[in-house]
Ligand binder design. Structure first.
Ligand SMILES: [Zn+2]
Length: 438
């Protein structure tokens, strides 16, 4: 989306519930709003108009709002009188005296929820023994690859290049780039702890970022303390940095449309919709890049091929799920801030389209996809105040994962860290989890 488009049109947030809730993005939003005009709701939208000031101010402000809108980091603007919403929309036309209307339903959401309730996913997990699990696993994996748009039949050479090295206190950070498919370049940071044992291969983690600034967030890179306060600390986002400080080799690549790959003003939602025309699914394209990132790790002499893990927050959690579900080379996974049912997280709430996989609920719900990681060790992290999920649903859906690991006779290989916090990386159990299993 180009900046001028935003500047010309008022930004609009849909108001959905009779409460006002602003979470950690409050500071960013308010700083943006202070420069903008928030008109009281005249219909079911709250308008935030940019004012005609000098161009630089406008761009700064639009950048902030752009970030808020596109990342949808837990942002809910709601107002206090539900009647205002119910009676809003186009100006009501009075009924003719004595006229009656049969019961009608104008809600698209309720229609979609009815469709959802009628669906019985073909690959919902019902196996009771290992033989049943094998059949289910093979069937769903094959179907999932198909739903993701398929993968290239051949792997192109990585043609990797190290572009620079930066000395940090606990590790050396290499800036590198490799090709994931012909003409598709993936920039990444590789963090190499300084105390790696000589003559022995070490465990490595693929650290996948969520919406935001790309690999810089995971690697903990910020221009100044303000940026750090704004982008990294609220989410405890720099897990590639944190794990490197604990002795893990970590690789943090840019996902398509983020970081250095945010080219041509193409947002991830635009890339998703354009890709649909071509049979290219955003999740699938990104999973392929992550698989090639594993290839890159395996090309490094320092990395133990039997000890590769994957971790990610938010969209990075999505990315971790789909990549780990389809790539057995990942031996341990930590999924942070991305576990519930599809209904809870992607239908009841609307999220960035880039994480949607067309038709998937005909075949599997999110816990079934996550369960493809079994019997490999898997830790789920969910904050009690994460507004993107309903905690009761998370707990209920987690029981499905436990059942899969029980059927496989390895119940100790799945765990959940429900921590006091919001949409953020916890780490409370994650460090021990990788230490234990990797
Ligand atoms: Zn997105």
């Amino acid at each position: 989306m180009c900046l001028s488009y935003i500047l010309k049109k008022p930004l609009r947030f849909q108001l959905t519930e009779p409460v006002r809730y602003v979470n950690f993005m409050e500071i960013i939003l308010l700083s943006a709003v202070q420069k903008a005009e928030v008109t009281s709701p005249e219909n079911d939208w709250c308008r935030i108009r940019t004012q005609e000031k000098n161009q630089k101010q406008e761009e700064d402000k639009a950048d902030l709002l752009f970030f808020v809108v596109l990342t949808k980091f837990d942002l809910y603007l709601r107002f206090s009188n539900v009647e205002d919403i119910v009676n809003s929309g186009s100006r009501p036309i009075p009924f003719t005296k004595g006229a009656k209307m049969r019961e009608r339903n104008y809600s698209t959401l309720s229609y979609l929820l009815r469709v959802h309730d009628q669906i019985r996913p073909q690959y919902a997990f019902h196996a009771t023994d290992e033989t049943g699990w094998k059949e289910w696993h093979k069937g769903l994996r094959t179907k999932l690859s198909e739903l993701l748009g398929g993968f290239p039949e051949e792997k192109c050479p990585l043609d990797a290049e190290i572009l620079g090295r930066t000395e940090e206190e606990d590790y050396v950070r290499e800036k590198l780039v490799f090709e994931s498919e012909p003409g598709v370049s993936v920039p990444a940071y590789l963090l190499l702890p300084k105390d790696l044992p000589k003559g022995r291969k070490s465990p490595a983690l693929l650290c996948l970022h969520g919406h935001g600034r790309g690999k810089d967030d995971a690697a903990g890179i910020a221009r100044d303390d303000l940026d750090r306060q704004r982008f990294i600390r609220p989410l405890n986002y720099d897990y590639a940095h944190q794990f490197a400080c604990k002795g893990y080799i970590t690789l943090a690549p840019d996902s398509r449309c983020f970081g250095e790959r945010a080219q041509d003003d193409m947002s991830c939602s635009w890339a998703f919709t354009s890709g649909l025309l071509l049979g290219k699914i955003m999740v699938g394209m990104r999973v392929w890049d992550a698989m090639r990132a594993v290839d890159y790790l395996l090309s490094r002499p320092e990395v133990d091929p039997e000890r590769i893990g994957c971790v990610g927050l938010s969209w990075g959690g999505t990315h971790t799920i789909y990549t780990s579900a389809l790539d057995d080379r990942i031996k341990v996974a930590v999924v942070s801030g991305y576990f519930s049912s599809f209904k809870d997280t992607l239908i009841d709430r609307g999220e960035c389209p880039c994480q949607y996989v067309p038709n998937i609920l005909k075949y599997a719900d999110l816990p079934d996809i996550v369960a493809l990681i079994a019997p490999r060790p898997l830790l789920i992290e969910n904050g009690t105040r994460d507004p993107l999920y309903t905690l009761e649903v998370v707990k209920e859906e987690y029981k499905k994962l436990e059942r899969v690991y029980e059927v496989l006779g390895v119940p100790e290989r799945v765990d959940i860290d429900i921590f006091e916090g919001g949409h953020q990386f916890s780490g409370r159990k994650a460090f021990d989890w990788f230490d234990r299993w990797l």
